[in-house]
Write a protein that binds this ligand. Structure first.
Ligand SMILES: NC(=O)c1ccc[n+]([C@@H]2O[C@H](COP(=O)([O-])OP(=O)(O)OC[C@H]3O[C@@H](n4cnc5c(N)ncnc54)[C@H](O)[C@@H]3O)[C@@H](O)[C@H]2O)c1
Length: 363
């Protein structure tokens, strides 16, 4: 058995608690210390998991027996905490997003280069079955060359008291929410974005400081194009805070959430309807094997509600993989330069969204 390591979780709210639950029975875990600026958050994780807690960051940074920190505080603190931890000799897993500005992103990448530290950003879609399946299909050429990625996300809003509605804490909706989907499309396509245009209109939710009504159209160096549509929706069920949605966290379709992708290639296409729990792949007239006949569905994948976590939100596999990697001295599965490219796109898209008149920006 490999060695067990001591871990700290910085930010012990909802996601911090999830991380603790994910790694508590890892064979690579020695012990966990929770750090937060809120006594209330610490009390909850202490009561639930019986872990040691502190409001003193220095206690974590100066403890050389702590080898890995998971960062799950609000978005504005990810980079400062990551840099402090790397400089203190620790491996880092930080929740998305990282870097609300280019300067912040650059300072993070520079600190990683300077220290050589392990750092991985929480982009858990890349660990999730339905996203991995689509990646495999694309890489195996099942749809020919991908030429168009169209994706739509709408979700019910956070409550007025949530830190996410504030620009200073959240960045933007592109940073806070859409970075996951922007990242996965980049990953699927494997090409650099070289131009984009962002349009937006009046907010849907009046108390949101961040924009909640935005379209992004962009193109990749390999010639594919992509269109992202996002809007907040008023939940038809009346459960309008997505953090405290319904009595069942994964009944998102009932709360008005939609997350759909259409990936079109030169021979076929893949459609994913995340909250209806279905992937459909088909060949279309572009595939010579069809000899001009009608399109043919080649694969349908469905999953059960109980598999939601594994299929589209697999933080558990990610968080367990990261402690294993650090304990074994393995590199991150997603390099910081790769994550940084997604985060830079988020900064650019967010900035462009504020500009008028809208214009195509070349990179
Ligand atoms: N990957 C995902 O799918 C996913 C899902 C949920 C949340 N998240 C991310 O996790 C992070 C936390 O989200 P959450 O839902 O747990 O929020 P939350 O509000 O439930 O918890 C945040 C906690 O961070 C603490 N905090 C804030 N600033 C801090 C600082 N400077 N130092 C230490 N603690 C600090 C707060 O007191 C609070 O306890 C966010 O960045 C969010 O984007 C990611």
């Amino acid at each position: 058995m490999d060695r067990k390591i001591k871990v700290a979780v910085l930010g012990c709210g909802a996601m911090g608690g999830t991380i603790i639950g994910n790694i508590l029975d890892s064979p690579y875990l020695d012990s966990i210390v929770g750090y937060d600026i809120s006594q209330n958050s610490l009390k909850k994780v202490c009561d639930q998991y019986g872990i040691d807690t502190t409001t003193d960051l220095n206690r974590i940074l100066s403890d050389s027996s702590i080898k890995l920190v998971y960062i799950a505080s609000s978005n504005d603190s990810h980079v400062p905490l990551s840099i402090a931890a790397m400089k203190a000799g620790k491996a880092v897993m930080t929740e998305k997003p990282v870097g609300l500005t280019f300067a912040e992103m650059d300072s993070l990448v520079a600190a990683q280069r300077e220290t050589g530290a392990f750092i991985q950003v929480g982009l858990e879609l890349r660990y999730s079955t339905i996203y991995k399946t689509a990646k495999e299909m694309i890489d195996k050429g099942k749809i020919g060359s991908p030429v168009n990625f169209h994706y739509t996300y709408s979700c019910s809003p956070y409550g007025e008291g949530n830190w996410r509605v504030h620009k200073a804490n959240s960045g933007s909706v592109i940073h806070e929410k859409l970075c996951h989907y922007i990242d996965v499309v980049r990953w699927w396509n494997g090409s650099r974005v070289n131009k984009y245009v962002v349009t937006s209109a009046q907010n849907v939710i009046p108390y949101f400081e961040i924009e909640d009504n935005v379209h992004v159209s962009y193109a990749f160096e390999n010639g594919a194009v992509s269109q992202l549509f996002f809007t907040m929706t008023a939940a038809p069920t009346g459960n309008s805070d997505m953090i405290h949605m319904s009595d069942d966290l994964f009944d998102q379709d009932k709360d008005g959430h939609k997350l759909n992708y259409v990936i079109t290639g030169t021979k076929g296409a893949i459609e994913i309807d995340v909250f209806q729990r279905q992937l459909r792949a088909y060949r279309h007239a572009g595939d010579p094997a069809l000899k001009g006949e009608a399109a043919e569905i080649t694969q349908i994948i469905k999953w059960d509600k109980e598999q939601d976590h594994e299929y589209f939100h697999n933080t558990c596999a990610q968080n367990r993989d990261i402690i294993k990697r650090v304990a074994n001295g393995e590199p991150p599965s997603i390099l910081i330069e790769d994550a940084a490219e997604t985060m830079r796109l988020c900064v650019e898209f967010s900035d462009a969204q504020l500009n008028r008149p809208w214009q195509v920006i070349k990179r």
